[in-house]
Design a protein around this ligand. Structure first.
Ligand SMILES: Nc1ncnc2c1ncn2[C@@H]1O[C@H](COP(=O)(O)OP(=O)(O)OP(=O)(O)O)[C@@H](O)[C@H]1O
Ligand SMILES: [Mg+2]
Length: 277
């Protein structure tokens, strides 16, 4: 499989913080990978480098076979590659005053002529595609609702419908379930799985919650203080291993209902013994 994402020695130094420290990783096309880490570990910073929203201090980023940035300089392929990347953020996903269907249609803008984009004029087939995408994420009943009136989980699902309409080959999501209840989180996670399996999207999602990484993602890349501290099967992330990787911050990676007991953290109990949300 060709690579969807490659970073080589990616380093980001902010004024007084080394946010990414020599990060080298590969994600193959068609993979579904969780990016795990406690607060401040560098997850958002890493995700923002992939479409070139942020430039590194040093190192290289390649996305879908194209070099996006090298030693702090963006390349000319960036616009073309960005069209193939879908984004889902924890918030600010949608334009609040517009109806859901228009927010989803915005995924079509890169393929729409400038004057149609300017006037927000979409063809019948584009509208049908957007409606189909809303049906796939179980949101057709909200088609004409203002985005501002959607629940958090519905907003994330609408953002995923937009990625579908866009025909994204790579979906990047930054803590998409951070403010959702367990049931909405589960629905959103299942949609990532659907996008990966049915639409062959490569999916890279940052998470705080290890239970979701284990349940939905075959592979996890874990960051701590800007460094990759683990890259391997999610099922190997035992409480003991997390305690080793994160020390006292390990508790941040469990949802309250799934906090491991101190004994679990000090033994190599398999995480399957944790109760999932
Ligand atoms: N624009 C910035 N200027 C200065 N420091 C920054 C900036 N953006 C991020 N940082 C710092 O870089 C480090 C990594 O931040 P980042 O937002 O990537 O962490 P995170 O893993 O996404 O955390 P969280 O789980 O809280 O979202 C933090 O110490 C943060 O304060
Ligand atoms: Mg973040």
């Amino acid at each position: 499989m060709p690579d969807a994402v490659v970073t080589r020695h990616l380093t980001k130094q902010f004024a007084n913080c080394l946010a990414l420290d020599d990060v080298s990783l590969r994600v193959a096309e068609g993979e579904m990978v969780a990016l795990l880490g406690a607060s401040g570990s560098g997850k958002s910073t890493l995700l923002r480098h992939l479409p070139g929203f942020v430039t590194g201090t040093r190192g290289e980023v390649e996305v879908l076979g194209q070099t996006i940035q090298q030693d702090g300089r963006l390349t000319s392929s960036i616009r073309q590659v960005r069209r193939q990347i879908g984004f889902v953020f924890q918030q600010f996903n949608l334009i609040n005053r517009l109806p859901v269907i228009t927010n989803v249609l915005i995924g079509q803008l890169p393929q729409t002529s400038w004057w149609r984009s300017f006037l927000m004029r979409f063809s019948m087939s584009q509208r049908q595609q957007a409606l189909q995408a809303l049906i796939s994420v179980g949101m057709e009943q909200t088609t004409w609702q203002r985005a501002s009136t959607l629940s958090g989980g519905q907003q994330q699902r609408a953002a995923l419908a937009r990625c579908l309409v866009q025909g994204a080959r790579l979906v990047l999501a930054d803590e998409p379930i951070a403010s959702l209840d367990p049931e909405s989180s589960r629905k959103v996670m299942e949609l990532f799985v659907m996008m990966n399996r049915q639409h062959n999207c490569t999916v890279l999602v940052s998470l705080h919650q290890v239970e979701f990484a284990i349940r939905y993602f075959p592979r996890t890349i874990a960051l701590n203080a800007g460094r990759v501290v683990y890259d391997g099967p999610s099922s190997d992330l035992t409480p003991a291993l997390l305690a080793e990787l994160y020390g006292s911050e390990a508790h941040e990676l469990f949802t309250p209902a799934c906090q491991p007991s101190p004994e679990a953290a000090s033994t190599s109990a398999h995480p399957a013994s944790l109760s999932f949300v």
